[in-house]
Ligand binder design. Structure first.
Ligand SMILES: Cc1cc2nc3c(=O)[nH]c(=O)nc-3n(C[C@H](O)[C@H](O)[C@H](O)COP(=O)(O)OP(=O)(O)OC[C@H]3O[C@@H](n4cnc5c(N)ncnc54)[C@H](O)[C@@H]3O)c2cc1C
Length: 388
């Protein structure tokens, strides 16, 4: 097979890149390790920066997003199980955010890909990337036991944190920055009406988050130990803990119900530099991971492929400058989001070695935030994200 851009990974980054390239008249093939249904079944992100909404709209993905997405003008932050502040993000930062599940974005992306006959190959095993330091790279993979080869001009590594693309860059040519956090998030999805506003809670038992997917679908998280298993968290234990951690005034409004999905995710910050190695370009979780506290991971993946699609379009029109600058351009935004996600994580979580002094200092930070328009504006700007 032959194409202009071989895209490894058919998650949000890879499938959006294929669509954006198609709009620029650039041919691509997406090679995804999992089945289509498996990718569609993953429950992950839910909060979109406004720039992400605009990129998705420009990609022709606004039909369902504009009907089912929930625009949020504010977020709430609580502490001690009793105090709560509301930050008017839209007023302070000039733009709101939107709740719209990653699962729905992935459905929209595959449907839009089908409509333009985009070339997605699912269940591709043992993807290997070759000769990216030449002008004629190629990839191979196994499909139903047969080895398939795709010749291309460029390889886009969009295969997430556990993908193969990043490993192609030799250790001597890359720098990795990593921070693992000593706790995880237990997430629960329930078919219950959510709270109207995103709510982050700091509590001496640990962090909690109340978020929305749609009018009858809620996503809740509580901080848990990395040693915990889902089996140790019955629905009753989960709801008890959540209601303890969020302020009383909000807890009384939460409608509990049976969980329809429950999972534990570790929290990590990671960045690799540079995002380019010859004709290989990394985008999304393949290049960086942030703890979900800042709601940035999916948004960074969307920003990366926005930059990469524009750079590839310029490259095919004979201008190499944007592609040469891709790594530096994308990394500027990446580090801004990495810093913000780290700050939000440090502010809202209970660390194992945390003393009562540390707890009071965290709460004082929140009290300061509640009383300072300047501090709220700074947080709001970073929460809704920089302009592209
Ligand atoms: C619990 C949780 C909550 C989150 N909340 C938010 C949030 O509120 N806001 C936000 O912005 N982000 C959030 N995120 C992060 C967000 O989900 C990710 O950043 C996003 O999925 C990144 O998209 P991606 O396409 O880069 O990577 P992925 O979604 O990981 O997609 C990569 C794809 O590549 C495929 N693949 C892997 N290896 C190979 C291979 N060798 N060959 C071929 N294909 C391969 C995988 O199967 C996958 O389909 C959250 C994540 C988690 C886990």
């Amino acid at each position: 097979m032959k194409t202009q851009v071989a895209i490894v990974g058919g998650g949000p980054a890879g499938s959006l890149l294929a669509l954006l390239l198609h709009q620029q008249g650039i041919d691509s093939i997406v090679v995804e390790r999992q089945s289509r249904n498996y990718v569609l079944g993953r429950i992950r992100a839910g909060v979109l920066e406004w720039t992400s909404v605009e990129v998705l709209r420009d990609a022709g993905l606004s039909d369902r997003l504009d009907i089912e997405g929930h625009v949020h003008n504010s977020i709430k932050m609580g502490w001690r199980g009793e105090s709560v502040m509301s930050i008017d993000v839209a007023r302070l930062a000039g733009k709101p955010m939107m709740s719209y599940g990653q699962t729905m974005i992935q459905e929209d992306l595959y449907a839009a890909g089908d409509a333009v006959d985009a070339n997605f190959i699912f269940e591709a095993d043992e993807v290997q990337i070759h000769d990216v330091r030449t002008d004629a790279p190629w990839i191979t993979f196994k499909s139903s036991g047969e080895t398939v080869r795709i010749d291309c001009d460029v390889v886009a590594g969009c295969d997430g944190f556990h993908g193969v693309s990043r490993t192609v860059i030799p250790d001597s040519a890359k720098t990795e920055y990593e921070k693992s956090y000593p706790f995880g998030w237990l997430g629960v999805l329930s078919e219950t009406p959510p709270l109207p506003t995103l709510l982050y809670a700091n509590h001496e038992n640990g962090f909690a988050l109340c978020s929305q997917r749609n009018e009858m679908l809620s996503r809740y998280y509580v901080q848990c130990s990395l040693e915990d298993t889902v089996e140790q968290w019955s629905d009753d234990r989960f709801w008890d803990e959540l209601l303890t951690r969020v302020p009383n005034s909000e807890a009384s409004q939460i409608v509990t119900g049976p969980s329809i999905e429950k999972s534990i995710a570790p929290l990590r910050s990671y960045v690799v530099e540079p995002l380019q190695w010859g004709r290989l370009f990394l985008a999304g979780d393949a290049a960086h991971i942030v703890p979900p506290t800042g709601a940035k991971g999916l948004n960074l993946a969307i920003a990366d492929v926005h930059y990469l699609s524009l750079a590839l379009a310029a490259h095919y029109q004979g201008d190499p400058k944007l592609l040469e600058a891709y790594s530096a351009t994308a990394l500027r935004r990446v580090w801004s989001s990495v810093r913000f996600s780290w700050y939000m994580t440090a502010l809202m979580h209970r660390f194992p070695e945390q003393t009562e002094f540390d707890q009071r200092a965290q709460e004082e930070d929140l009290i300061y935030l509640a009383g300072s328009t300047a501090a709220q504006t700074s947080l709001a700007e970073q929460y809704v994200g920089l302009d592209l």
